[in-house]
Design a protein around this ligand. Structure first.
Ligand code: NAP
Length: 288
């Protein structure tokens, strides 16, 4: 996209490694232009271990804030002067703001995911949820859904010890399982909502579910969400659609976490629904 900015425009960025593929600059600059804000959003590779050096540089260069992606989300936590409730809960940061010379770390992934569910009429309160995966995305989804009143969460993961570790957060409301067909089948049997937080089915990985037959055991009313947004419909979502279920990809999370991040950077309230309508077609252009 064509960027226009002034000498006094406030600087924002996404940092990570790798990061050059990130859609964040496109999404944020699209919103910045639409809202007439005097900011510019850049893309900055920062290697693992360089988070502190980046903070010093960003303060010197008077950045207003930045988003961080792998490998910095967890490493950034102890370097912050303050954390919002979700960043403290997930022990991971995706949005960092410089406020009064102090670094304030936020996490907008959980609320982004939760909002994307609500927008599709899916309220997890009182529901049984099954989550596939235990990475950073799975952790923020699981803890946000618990916070928002999910009754029970089953976590299925290839490395079952990581599922057990995640479930220690709320042992009375969480249960860990492995990732065999039998365990997946048992894991979804009582679910009202299934969320794939693994990278299986993602474009470019070449890895996908060995079988999707476990979906036959998922109750008919249960929607299926996949955090992946490229391709727009993973094999999991295609099978869910064939079964007549509501199928939701990761565009909603991507878009809403960005909207909430811009609210944090600018400390203003943004018309999220209008921004989501603006950004969704922008993301769709990048999908397979
Ligand atoms: P991560 O920390 O690397 O976690 C990856 C998870 O996938 C782990 O649970 C891993 O299991 C599992 N996995 C990987 N390969 C597998 C295989 N062959 N078989 C079974 N399980 C496998 O990744 P993340 O950051 O949480 O991201 C997870 C997914 O969410 C990615 O596809 C990412 O693109 C997507 N995501 C989307 C958004 C969005 O804005 N829509 C935001 C964040 C993430 P092990 O523990 O056994 O290794």
């Amino acid at each position: 996209m064509q960027l226009s900015y002034e000498n006094d425009s406030r600087k924002l960025a996404v940092i990570g490694d790798p990061v050059l593929h990130s859609l964040s600059p496109l999404l944020q600059n699209t919103m910045i232009q639409a809202l007439g804000l005097n900011y510019v959003y850049l893309c900055q590779p920062v290697a693992k271990g360089q988070a502190k050096a980046w903070l010093d540089a960003a303060k010197l260069l008077d950045f207003a804030g930045f988003n961080c992606t792998m490998p910095h989300k967890v490493d950034m936590v102890p370097l912050m002067d303050g954390l919002d409730e979700d960043a403290a809960l997930f022990q991971a940061v995706n949005t960092v703001c410089l406020r009064g010379g102090r670094w304030y770390g936020c996490n907008t992934d959980g609320r982004g995911f939760y909002q994307s569910l609500l927008r599709r009429g899916i309220d997890p309160a009182g529901r049984n949820v099954t989550i596939l995966g235990t990475g950073g995305a799975a952790k923020s989804v699981a803890l946000k859904l618990l916070q928002q009143g999910a009754a029970h969460i089953t976590v299925c993961n290839r490395t079952v010890s990581k599922a057990e570790q995640l479930c220690r957060y709320a042992p009375e409301r969480m249960e860990a399982k492995g990732f065999s067909q039998a365990e997946l089948t048992e894991g979804v049997r009582h679910a009202d909502l299934l969320v794939n937080c693994t990278s299986l089915g993602m474009k470019g990985t070449g890895a996908d579910f060995a079988s999707l037959d476990f979906l036959d055991a998922l109750p008919a009313h249960a929607p299926v969400c996949d955090l992946i947004y490229s391709p727009a419909a993973t094999s999991l979502l295609r099978r869910a659609g064939e079964q007549g279920r509501t199928a939701l990809n990761g565009i909603g999370l991507l878009v809403w976490q960005a909207i909430y991040a811009l609210e944090e950077f600018t400390q203003t309230s943004i018309d999220g629904a209008a921004m989501a309508r603006l950004l969704e077609p922008v993301v769709q252009q990048y999908q397979a």
